[in-house]
Design a binder for this molecule. Structure first.
Ligand SMILES: [Zn+2]
Length: 388
């Protein structure tokens, strides 16, 4: 195997990053501390942006002078849980396969591999960059992109506001310039308990939930019909999905509570408000009937998360520089959501490009290949030398 000192440095950093269990429900501070210390040793100061209870932080650092028009390389430090997954190695220890071509470990693909590449390239950025390079590492991406809005706000308000943001989510180093939005909701139905032999005296929360889910299903079918065959999205339509439902206690008891969690993944430009209004209108209708039997009955839908979509913007400043650096002629679209939309909404040209395949993310034995990391290093190198 050829030795590539930069790649070896990247793997050493990745080894450290993987060892921090940064599953979203845990603090990421020890990982942030390590990155801070690493940057400090290279003379790069960094700023923490804390969450409300100071248990997690994002990190923003600048290489070069703080002047307007720079690049942001962005990634999330949190990872999805390993619980219940059949890992054959320790998920929090970087484990190469027999020939060393694949590096296994939680977060290797999604997306500590990218962060490791970025960190390994810092000395090169210090030497060669002609514009400021900013690093932005977030937390809680996997549970609804909770930290990205504050980072995007912070960067957007600076006198040294950057121009371009590259999010290194696993795209196999394809450039992604469009993705769907993702809205998630929790609907809780409170009815009235009773003996199942007298259904007319109770309000069956499970059956009310079934009515609402049926309605969501009909809307999902509606969006599927006029799907454009030339769309770059797979699937080429806005999708609606119910992922979890819970309710009832026994066969012969009218259930008084039921709740379900659902989502909408919208094509860029999809009018989400109209979908929500239709759900609300159906809730009102159902509630009217429920309250004739149970005055305290309720249906409450709460929005859990919102991740904006990424709109294609080929005219965006530096779009061509990213394409050139990634050695690509065309940009693609994906159906999974990223933090990109938050940055785009602050006026940054925003693209997604990073090592690893999304197919390997979130699974047991997650891995990134050495080849993908090497391609990412090349991409950053070209971006550093060509971005002005
Ligand atoms: Zn990710």
């Amino acid at each position: 195997m050829q030795t590539n000192p930069l790649l070896e440095a990247t793997i050493r950093v990745l080894d450290r990053l993987v060892a921090f269990d940064t599953t979203s429900h845990l603090s990421n501070l020890t990982c942030i501390e390590y990155i801070e210390y690493y940057l400090q040793s290279l003379g790069v100061p960094a700023t923490r942006i804390y969450n409300n209870d100071n248990t997690k932080a994002s990190l923003v650092a600048t290489i070069g002078p703080r002047k307007a028009g720079g690049v942001v390389l962005s990634g999330h430090t949190d990872v999805v849980p390993v619980k219940g997954q059949p890992w054959s190695t320790d998920p929090f220890a970087l484990s190469p396969n027999a020939d060393g071509s694949k590096l296994h470990g939680r977060g290797t693909c999604d997306m500590k591999g990218f962060i490791a590449c970025v960190l390994a390239m810092v000395p090169y950025m210090k030497m060669k960059a002609q514009a400021p390079f900013h690093l932005a590492f977030s937390y809680d991406e996997e549970v609804g992109c909770l930290a990205a809005p504050a980072i995007a706000d912070f960067l957007g308000q600076q006198t040294w506001k950057p121009s371009l943001v590259v999010i290194g989510e696993p795209t196999e180093m394809q450039v992604i310039d469009a993705h769907k939005s993702c809205y998630s909701f929790n609907t809780v139905i409170n009815g009235l308990e009773g003996h199942s032999s007298k259904p007319h005296l109770g309000v069956n929360a499970v059956m009310i939930a079934a009515d609402m889910i049926h309605m969501l299903n009909l809307m999902a079918t509606e969006f599927r019909q006029p799907a454009k065959s030339n769309s770059r999205f797979d699937p080429p339509y806005t999708s609606i999905h119910v992922g979890k439902i819970q309710g009832g206690t026994a066969r012969n008891i009218i259930p008084n509570q039921c709740e379900f969690v659902w989502e909408i993944r919208g094509l860029p430009g999809q009018d989400i408000d109209t979908i929500i209004k239709r759900v609300e209108a159906r809730s009102e209708e159902l509630l009217h009937h429920m309250r004739q039997i149970a005055p305290n009955a309720s249906i409450k839908t709460t929005q859990l998360t919102y991740v904006p979509g990424l709109r294609p913007d080929v005219e965006g400043a530096h779009h061509s520089c990213v394409m050139h650096s990634a050695n690509k002629n065309t940009a693609s679209a994906v159906s999974f959501a990223t933090e990109a939309g938050f940055f785009q909404n602050q006026g940054f040209t925003t693209l997604v490009c990073g090592p690893g395949n999304i197919e390997q993310a979130h699974k047991a034995n997650e891995y990134v290949t050495r080849e993908q990391l090497a391609l990412c290093l090349q991409f950053i190198e070209r971006l550093v030398t060509t971005y002005k």
